[in-house]
Design a protein around this ligand. Sequence first.
Ligand code: ADP
Ligand code: MG
Length: 350
Amino acid sequence: MLEDKDQERTSLEKLGEFGLIEHLTASFSNQHASTVKGIGDDAAVLDFEKKKTVITTDLLIEGVHFDLSYMPLKHLGYKAVMVNLSDIYAMNATARQITVSIAASNRFPLEALEELYAGIQMATTTYGVDLIGGDTTSSQKGLLISITAIGEASEEQLTYRDGAKPNDLLVVTGDLAAAYMGLQVLEREKEVFKVNPNNQPDLEPYSYIIERQLKPEARKDIVELLEKLGVKPTAMIDISDGLSSEILHLCKNSKVGCNLFEDKIPLDPTVIAACEEFKMDSTMVALSGGEDYELLFTIDQKDFDKIKDNPNLTVIGHMTDASEGANLITRANTKIPLTAQGWNSFDVSE
Ligand code: ADP
Ligand code: MG
């Protein structure tokens, strides 16, 4: 995982807004020809020539989307970029640039923002995107981060949510439910820490699920893999809110139904162990947990042979006529309608 530096404190006022922007962005450099003008003018200028431009934005608010008591700022910066890149990849596009806007209260010294930007930089380097601008301001309370990601794709490459057809196969990348279980562990340790700050928890058995919560990876590799395999998904979405709600989006937009097979949902063994420990149903967590940042897509059956041996890809169901609705076929072979919350008995509200 990424490590935090020891905290010194330099107040933001000392640098002033321009000094701060310059300081935070000094070590970033651009690598794409499509970045005609990056940071340093009134607006950035991009040129994608004959490609389509793909653009997406997310706003993250302290206390709503992240909790700094267990989320190191470097991880937050990294994750904030991942959340956006994931949306670009879900269009079957290539991410090229980001803008980053931040509002911080006077609780945050320069060193805190340096950590945030170290995480952002690690993400831009690893994923090959240029930081081309943003905005910097103060907030009355807490930290806000808004990131916009920009990508490119040819018209033929672009994959929307509305292209799935009956009999298409439903495919998911990686494995599910780990980020949510990682969050359960972190929340539990936070409570333990409140009671006994000297307690040194052994988090080693949870390292995979904690990493999935604190340092998710957007599936750039899958867009590249699909291209290499010669598979164009008929529809695609990223899994940010749980498998169930994403399946329902695909079904609604594509005007199809779906059968999802419970026994096919990919789960890491450590997720199954954590679910047992927390007395949670792993299927429910996969359906409703969220923050997996995997890709969910449909393919024509004729492409099955191209994907069937790939360990990153799991066929979890198939699309049906809209009149059949979206259903979970359980291990006991009963058919249960999917709802945005998994199914009705599961309450994820706070
Ligand atoms: P303006 O007054 O036109 O809004 P700013 O002084 O806010 O300009 O920004 C100057 C330059 O720095 C612009 O290119 C802007 O996109 C960039 N910038 C501002 N804040 C950030 C930030 N937090 N991260 C990256 N770039 C930033
Ligand atoms: Mg500005």
